[in-house]
Structure formats: structure tokens, C-alpha cells
Ligand binder design. Structure first.
Ligand code: SAM
Length: 799
């Protein structure tokens, strides 16, 4: 059960939009900031140093080169003198908090030439130190050069790590292209990379970088920086977004800024600048993240009216006519197709001269997107503020839940309705099959075991009323506080029809008959399921109460449940667990299956057929109707199943083992008598991994068959593949996350084998999990890595 507070309010994220000029001609003043705000911008960017400083570094390099040319004497590496006030537009004033600062793009931290690398490192250090001194919080750092290939990444990553300690409060955003082939590296005359000495020049690779190369570079940087929470991505969005798998990978990363340059926009029929549908969808998804990224409109021309302080402009606020906001025609109409520059020029020509007098058309379009965000789903509204928030799983057996927790459960719009349906169908079948009942007056005896505050009791009574099948209802609850509420409900709501018993269900002897002996129950109704089905000990509790069930035709609702799982990449959750384990004093953080509403993550193993997912990009859908779920369907495999009632022989053997008699075997493998070993489970499943990635853990879900009878089955599911079909909008459970202490790197076309165990020693139940990565080279299967054997024993569920 997810311990959450339900909120019905729908709040749409506000887009926080800034303006960036890579060659801003003059320093950002208070007037400029106010002017930009009047136009609807939320922030501006500034370089940390200016052209003066750049020239100074270039002349230093030039003098050094002259000094070393032909000189036999070794020269010390060139040293950049301290910054002077003429070198920087920044001053430590009140404006600082509204500015995002950029470090210089003309350095090359990953250069193979030691002189260039040394100069670059000094420039970077001076800039970070001065920005930190001024109180800048957000600094964008141009990412590693695509031209350096994988060579300079380690050196670049090290420099970033250094910067994180130089500016102890600075948030660093590494400016990354989605794909290196889409990188727009400027060929600036003053770029230090141009001065690499021939002996250090790298042979340009004949091979085009893989589409995941930019992501791989970022992954290396943050791995070297140990998933530092002050390090994130500024993602430079191209006009055409590459594959959905690369998009979902970036989506799972800590994106702080989305950079949209004029090049990312395309003209529509009216000549207005709009974004391609793939970009609209990606941005809409990102805006649903808990930390909504900011958008920087980059190099879209000077801020209008800067030259003329008296000019009057109207802030559009995103109210665009349908024609102005219409999608651009997509020649070729493939999912990722957008017009090429030549096509775009044609369209623009066809559309004639732009009629709009909008001073900030790009900004207006983004505000239009803000106004047209898709409405949140039930689950999103319920889970608002709980995205990627780690919760310890509840232990309703060992602990007594609070009233507020029951109240949250009871708000589920689906679960109780489906239980009522299941009970009603079971009652109709009971009558249809003319089965005898366990009561003296022919009523079907129902026991709601673990009734909490009684919602399922109400549903059982409703089902009887709906079907006209008479019932006798027992409410069994071990929580003494919930018992008080049940007694009250019986008086005020149920008209005294219910027998409320305060007991652990395993100790209940059954309904007391007129002669004082204990009778049977026909239908056992329970809801003891956790996020991974059996993790709140439903199997153990139901085994313990099965002795009261009518042995001939008693039924259990639910009749079965299955646990499901799939490997995921989730840098955010990994960083969270890591920080709990290292700084938070929670040494077992990696050994806990956490309950969490996944948000910023990526499925690593996906279904081969994804055709219908992309449909929304080509079916003429408007942006406000987008489905923001992960765009690729994962492969989610079943770990194991429990069915109820258990075969009597299984329980008979269990009771033989209890007490440790010789005929009960040699005791449990892990301690105890082994009486609960029939509830041990193990599975090993292999997931194909299509794209390279890093596995941070496993996402776990469940499905349950409440009742399957003559009218089909009634089921609940949190499994993303089946949830919509089985119990859409159910909100009672968030998934579960089994973390990995050390993330496992996976190349494309590899395999991940997952082993999972449900262990028990008669006193508790816990999980153990381990993953192994394999690849096949030349027909031979090679093991790439194996994780620790993780175990939640120290946080096990007490029986
Ligand atoms: C997940 S809650 C469900 C409550 C309620 N049926 C509902 O749907 O809102 C599980 C309930 O079962 C109770 N419970 C768990 N194990 C039990 C046991 N062995 N005997 C009796 N009650 C138990 C807990 O105290 C809790 O009230």
C-alpha cells in the first residue's frame, strides 16, 4: 500500500523560461532584466567572462607558443593571471539570483594537448571560483567536445568534479546535445581547440559516433562525479528528436534546463515558428517531472526594444490563434520527420511574409504550450508530490496502521468497486451452482479478514443486496484501534448485521455456532497485498486463516496474485539511495525494496513491437491530448504466483514441520522449523537489452485475480502493461524498487539475468536479488558483470 495523501487538485506546471544569447553584447543590467520580465521572460543568462578575457588568454597562448618554438629550454606551462574587473560582466549584486551563468565555450577541457588542457582548466577554475564568489547558483558548462570522441571524457569529467568542490553551492548544468551527430559546435576563430599542436592532434575517427555516444559521455561524467546532486543536464534540443529509446533515456536523466535555439523551431503554414510534435511531446513529458526543467530560448535574436526604452510592446501570454499554433506540415509524415532546412524555407516562402507583430513569437509559442498541457491522470493527481519519493513499505501485520492511512486507501475509485463486483459474481455463482453454505439459515458466510475500517465489509453487504443472495458477514481485524471504528460502523452503518471480531486472523477459530462450536466461512475476502503482491505477507496470513474456510467449496477473494518485474535505469533514485547510504546513516538503504511512484526513469528492456505507442505522433492529436506515459512498452516478466486456498496437503506438511518433530524434516534452510518454506519462491528471468544503458535496479509490480467464475474474471493490476485493461485509475499501490548497490553497465544487444528469491525463516519474510549481465561475442556468451546478492533480511517483514 502506498502511504500517500490524496490530492484532487490539478495543478499544471508553470514553464519557467529564460533568454540566452551566446554572444550577449553588453552586461545584464537591472533594466534589462526588468525589460525581459515585462516581455514575459523569467530569467536571463550571462557569460562569466567577456571578450577581453578571451583575448588575454589567446595572447598568453600566442606568447607561450613563440617562446617555446625553437627554444631548447623547457618552459613552464602558461599561467593565466587573476581575473580583473574588465574581464567579466558579473558583479556580486542582487541581480545574481536571477541570472544563469555560462562558462566559456572556447575552452577545451578534454583537449589532448597538455597546454590547451592546462589553459582550459585554469579558465574554467577562474570562472567557477568567481561565479561562486558572486553568489551565482546556476552555471551552464558546455559539454565535452564531440570531436574528441571518447578520449577527453575522463579529463573533462575530472574537471567537473573539481568544479563541484570549487563552487560548493553551485549547481552545474552540463550542456549536452541529445546526440553528438546533432551537436552544433561552433567553429569560433578564438576556440582554443584550433591551437592544438600537430603532435597532439587526434586522428579523426572514420566511424560516426553511436546515437547514444552523447548520453554515454554524460553517463561517464556523472559516474565520475558520483551522482552528485548538484550536477545535472542542460539538454540542447535539436529540431528532429532521434529515436524514442534515446529520448526516454534522456528523460530519465536529471534535466535541469531544456535549450531551444531558433534552429529547433520550424515554420508552419502561417509562417509561425512552432515545434515538431516529437519535441512537443518530449517537453510536455519533462514538464511533468517533479523538478520541472527550465527552458532557455537561445540565440533567437536580441531582446526587442532593448535599443529603444520608450518602445511599447504587448506581452502575448500564449494566446495564439489556431492557425498560428498549428503544427508544421511534416513532409514524409514519419514520426520523427520534420522539414529539412530547404523544405522549411519553402514552407516559409509559401506562407508569405509573417503577419504577426508579436515581439516574442518563440516565447509566445512556449506559453501556448504551457496553456495546452494535457490534463493529469487520476494517478498523476493522486501521486502529485510523490514522484520518485522513496517510502519504506508498510508492514500492516507487524504494525497497526493509522486512521489516515486507511483513509487514503479508501479514496481509491477502483479497488473497492472491483472487490464488490468480485463478491457479487461469487455470490451469483454460489447461488447458480446451488452450493450448500456454512450457515444454519442458508446465508453465505463471508469473513472480511483484515477489514481495517470496514470498506470491504460495506462492499460485501452491497454485493449481497445487489444480487439478492443472503449473507452473514464477519469482520476480522487485529488492529485494536480500527476495531473501535468497526464496532461504530456496525452500529451506525451496517445496522448491527456484522459480527466484529478483534483477533489476528490466524488465531480466529471461525464463526461461533448456536451450540458454541466453531463453524466455517464460505468466502474469505482479504486485501493484504503490497506493491510486490506478497510483500505484506498475504500468503502467510491467508494460510493461517484457511482452517476456517469451508473445505468443500470455500473460496478466497483474491484467488491468486503474481509479482512482476523489469530492469530500469533511474539515476535519480539511485542517487537518492546512495546519499541515504553514505550521508544519511542508512547503511541498509540498498537492501530495502522501496515503495515509489516512478517518474524519471527508463525501461531498459522493451517490447519488440512498439507501433501503437508512436501513433499519437501521427494521428493528428493535439498537444493537450498527449498521453505522457513512457513512450516505449517494457518487457515485464512474472516472478511468481500465490493461489488461495492452498492445497490441504501443503498446509498439512507445513503443520507437520512446525514444532520440529523428526517427521517434519531437518528444519528450515535459513532457521526455524521450515513450516513456512512452502511460501519460499525463486525465479530467474532473462531480459534482452536493446540499447546500451545502466541498470540501477528493478521495478516491481503485481497483478491479482480477485475472482474468476462464470462471468469471467475480476482483476487488479499495477503492471503498466495490463493496468489500463484491468484496473485503470487504481491508485492504492505505487510500484516497488529493488535497488542495486553498484549500477551495472549494459552494452546494446546484451542480456540481463535477474534472480529473485522470497526467503523465510518462520519468523520473517524477505527478498534477495541479484543481476548478471551478458553479451555474446563471436557466438560465445560472456559475462560482463554480476551485482552483489542484495538481501532485505534486516528489514524483513515480521510474521
Ligand atoms: C491493507 S489493509 C486493508 C484494510 C481494508 N481491508 C481496506 O481495504 O481498506 C490490511 C488490514 O489487514 C489487517 N491485518 C493484517 N494482518 C492481519 C492479521 N494477521 N489478522 C488480522 N488483521 C490483519 C491490518 O491491520 C489492516 O487493517
Amino acid at each position: 500500500m502506498a502511504d500517500s495523501t490524496y490530492s484532487v487538485e490539478e495543478t499544471r506546471p508553470v514553464f519557467y523560461i529564460g533568454e540566452h544569447e551566446s554572444k550577449r553584447p553588453s552586461p545584464v543590467t537591472a533594466e534589462l532584466v526588468h525589460h525581459a520580465q515585462d516581455l514575459g521572460y523569467d530569467m536571463l543568462t550571462t557569460p562569466i567572462t567577456n571578450d577581453n578575457f578571451h583575448s588575454r588568454v589567446l595572447s598568453l597562448l600566442s606568447s607561450y607558443t613563440h617562446a617555446t618554438e625553437g627554444s631548447a629550454q623547457a618552459q613552464p606551462l602558461p599561467l593565466i593571471p587573476a581575473l580583473e574587473n574588465v574581464d567579466t560582466p558579473l558583479v556580486p549584486d542582487h541581480l545574481i539570483s536571477q541570472l544563469v551563468a555560462f562558462t566559456s565555450s572556447w575552452i577545451d577541457l578534454g583537449s589532448s594537448d597538455p597546454v590547451i588542457a592546462h589553459l582550459s582548466r585554469q579558465v574554467f577554475h577562474l570562472e567557477i571560483a568567481y561565479a561562486a564568489f558572486c553568489g551565482v547558483v546556476n552555471v551552464v558548462v558546455p559539454g565535452p567536445r564531440a570531436a574528441n570522441g571518447t578520449n577527453g571524457i575522463a579529463q573533462y569529467a575530472r574537471a567537473i568534479k573539481e568544479a563541484l568542490s570549487t563552487g560548493a553551492y553551485i549547481q552545474l548544468h552540463v550542456l549536452m546535445p541529445v546526440d553528438f551527430s546533432k551537436a552544433s559546435e561552433e567553429d569560433d576563430l578564438g576556440d582554443l581547440a584550433r591551437f592544438v599542436r600537430p603532435e597532439f592532434a587526434q586522428a579523426t575517427s572514420q566511424q560516426a559516433p553511436s546515437s547514444f555516444a552523447a548520453w554515454d559521455a554524460w553517463n561517464t561524467i556523472r559516474t565520475v562525479c558520483k551522482y552528485n546532486s548538484r550536477l545535472s543536464v542542460a539538454l540542447d534540443l535539436p529540431r528532429r528528436l532521434p529515436s524514442l529509446s534515446l529520448q526516454s533515456r534522456w528523460y530519465s536523466e536529471p534535466i535541469r534546463l531544456l535549450i531551444l535555439s531558433a534552429r529547433a523551431f520550424i515554420p508552419n503554414e502561417k509562417g509561425s515558428s512552432v515545434l515538431h510534435k516529437t519535441l512537443q511531446l518530449f517537453i510536455m513529458r519533462c514538464m511533468r517531472l517533479k523538478s520541472t526543467p527550465w527552458v532557455l530560448l537561445a540565440d533567437i535574436g536580441p531582446i526587442p526594444g532593448v535599443e529603444d526604452p520608450d518602445a511599447l510592446f504587448e506581452y502575448n501570454g500564449g494566446y495564439l490563434s489556431p492557425a498560428a499554433a498549428a503544427d508544421a506540415p511534416s513532409p514524409g509524415s514519419s514520426v520523427t520527420a520534420a522539414p529539412t532546412p530547404a523544405e522549411a524555407a519553402q514552407i516559409a516562402k509559401k506562407a508569405g511574409k509573417k503577419s504577426s507583430s508579436d515581439p516574442t513569437p518563440y516565447l509566445s509559442y512556449l506559453r501556448y504550450m504551457q496553456r495546452n498541457q494535457p490534463t493529469a491522470t487520476q494517478l498523476e493527481r493522486f501521486g502529485d508530490n510523490f514522484q520518485d519519493y522513496l517510502q519504506s513499505p508498510l508492514q500492516p501485520l507487524a504494525d497497526n496502521l493509522e486512521s489516515i492511512t486507511y483513509e487514503v486507501f479508501e479514496k481509491d475509485p477502483i479497488k473497492y468497486a472491483w472487490y464488490e463486483e468480485a463478491i457479487a459474481r461469487a455470490l451469483e455463482d454460489w447461488r447458480g451452482q446451488q452450493k450448500s453454505t456454512s450457515s444454519e439459515d442458508g446465508a453465505v458466510v463471508i469473513a472480511v479478514v483484515g477489514s481495517g475500517r470496514g470498506p470491504l465489509v460495506t462492499r460485501a453487504l452491497n454485493a449481497s443486496q445487489r444480487t439478492g443472495v443472503p449473507v452473514r458477514v464477519y469482520a476480522i481485524e487485529k488492529n485494536p484501534n480500527a476495531y473501535v471504528v468497526l464496532l461504530g460502523h456496525n452500529r451506525t452503518i451496517w445496522g448491527g448485521q456484522v459480527t466484529v471480531v478483534k483477533t489476528d486472523m490466524r488465531a480466529w477459530k471461525g464463526p461461533v455456532k448456536a451450540d458454541g462450536t466453531s463453524g466455517n466461512v464460505d468466502i474469505l475476502v482479504s486485501e493484504l497485498l503490497g506493491s510486490f503482491a506478497d510483500n505484506e505477507l498475504s500468503p502467510e496470513c491467508l494460510d493461517g486463516v484457511q482452517h476456517v474456510l469451508n473445505p468443500d467449496h470455500g473460496i478466497s477473494i483474491p484467488s491468486s496474485y503474481t509479482a512482476h518485474m523489469t530492469p530500469i535505469a533511474t539515476p535519480k533514485l539511485y542517487a537518492d539511495v546512495l546519499s541515504r547510504a553514505t550521508h544519511g546513516g542508512d547503511t541498509h538503504a540498498f537492501e530495502i525494496p522501496w515503495v515509489v511512484m516512478f517518474s524519471q526513469f527508463d525501461f531498459l528492456s522493451i517490447q519488440p513491437d512498439q507501433s501503437q505507442i508512436a501513433a499519437q505522433l501521427s494521428d493528428g492529436r493535439k498537444m493537450k491530448d498527449f498521453d505522457l506515459n513512457p513512450p516505449l512498452e517494457p518487457l515485464i516478466y512474472t516472478a511468481w504466483e500465490f493461489t488461495h486456498p492452498q492445497p490441504p496437503t501443503v498446509l498439512a506438511q507445513s503443520s507437520l514441520r512446525r514444532g520440529g518433530s523428526a517427521v517434519g524434516g531437518g528444519g528450515g534452510f535459513l532457521g526455524g522449523d521450515g513450516a513456512n518454506e512452502h511460501n519460499f519462491r525463486h525465479c530467474k528471468v532473462t531480459y534482452p537489452i536493446q540499447e546500451q544503458g545502466v541498470c540501477h535496479g528493478l521495478a516491481g509490480y503485481f497483478e491479482t485475480v480477485l475472482y474468476s467464475g462464470s462471468q469471467g474474471s475480476v482483476e487488479l493490476s499495477t503492471n503498466p502493461i495490463t493496468m489500463d485493461a484491468k484496473s485503470k485509475d487504481m491508485i492504492s499501490w505505487f510500484p516497488i524498487f529493488f535497488p542495486l548497490k553498484a549500477p551495472i553497465h549494459l552494452p546494446s544487444n546484451s542480456e540481463l539475468e535477474v534472480s529473485m528469491w522470497r526467503q523465510t525463516d518462520d519468523r520473517k519474510v524477505w527478498y534477495e536479488w541479484l543481476v548478471e549481465a551478458f553479451t555474446t561475442v563471436g557466438g560465445q556468451r560472456i559475462r560482463l558483470g554480476v551485482s552483489d546478492l542484495h538481501s532485505s533480511k534486516s528489514n524483513g517483514c515480521l510474521m
